[in-house]
Design a protein around this ligand. Sequence first.
Ligand code: CP
Length: 362
Amino acid sequence: MKNVLNILDLSVEEIDQLIATAEDIIKDPIKYSEKCKNYQLATLFFEPSTRTRLSFESAMLALGGKVIGFSDPNSCSATKGESVADTISVVSGYVDIIAMRHPKEGAPLVASSRTLVPIINAGDGGHYHPTQTLADLLTIHKEKGRFENLTIGLCGDLKFGRTVHSLIEAMSRYTGVKFVLISPEELKLPTLIEKDIESKGISIERSNSLEESIGKLDILYMTRVQKERFESEEEYYRLKDLFILTEDKMKLAKPDMIVLHPLPRVNEISTAVDSDKRACYFKQAHYGRYMRMALIMKLLFENDGTREDRFDVKDKIALKYKCSNPHCITTTEPELQNLFVPTNEGDGEYKCIYCDTKILIK
Ligand code: CP
């Protein structure tokens, strides 16, 4: 059985197939209207959402399936102290597939160890958001017609922006891709992801000026500064408006550059930009529904009823050290074992199996 916790759980060929299915659904939705007639999806959202939850629900209903779930953690037994593992052990007995969003990084990994129904990560803290990337990829495919040889500017909160992390991983698999990272120092891309890109020989340029960088981009991926991940409100207010895309800045961009944003937008794209034909963020949100339809069918129809145990990693070690990331699932569920795997850097460097945070053990 396949779970999708990270975009790299889908090969390039599988992504091509999902795009082909999504495009076919767009052309002929009726053909798919009963494909999931006897299936149920649970949407377990421990964190707010508009697009992801509603597009998952709309996707399953459009496939003729049924949906149960919650959109507010205060309405489920997590408020009574129930663990993710126990919640999933129970819900997996009610449905055929689960899409879950959780503020703690690694929560979907814990979920995947407790179920024989596929788990889809609908966003875990500042870690990953693979189905947003599926929406991004369909948009890029439709608007640019290719994934290769693109210069992609990622602007805003590259530290906590989980959609950025997943998109970088996805696009790093195509040849001739270059990344321009536009952010303040405080919100720069996590070092582990940056090192990973560099180890693949991919070109990275760092910038702190959207005006200076916009002219070289084929794609500009704007992001919101993630208020909910900040320890200090003062720090959030200091950083939140550093990069705002305006009509004036759009004048400096290529005529065929596209602007993407996972949404919600707060202030980082002026609403005046919405009418520019290069602004693709609302289309992108709509495409997410079709990619989620394609993904739901794939995971349901390919489920062979076996458990995928990601804790069964050859090099993993259990340590008395705790993960230092305050957003890691191990911080709120202390019964979870602290598990780490060595990074490629070696020299005593390990990463947490749940949230990928590095630790050094000397
Ligand atoms: N892009 C995205 O994840 O939006 P929501 O938080 O509204 O689901």
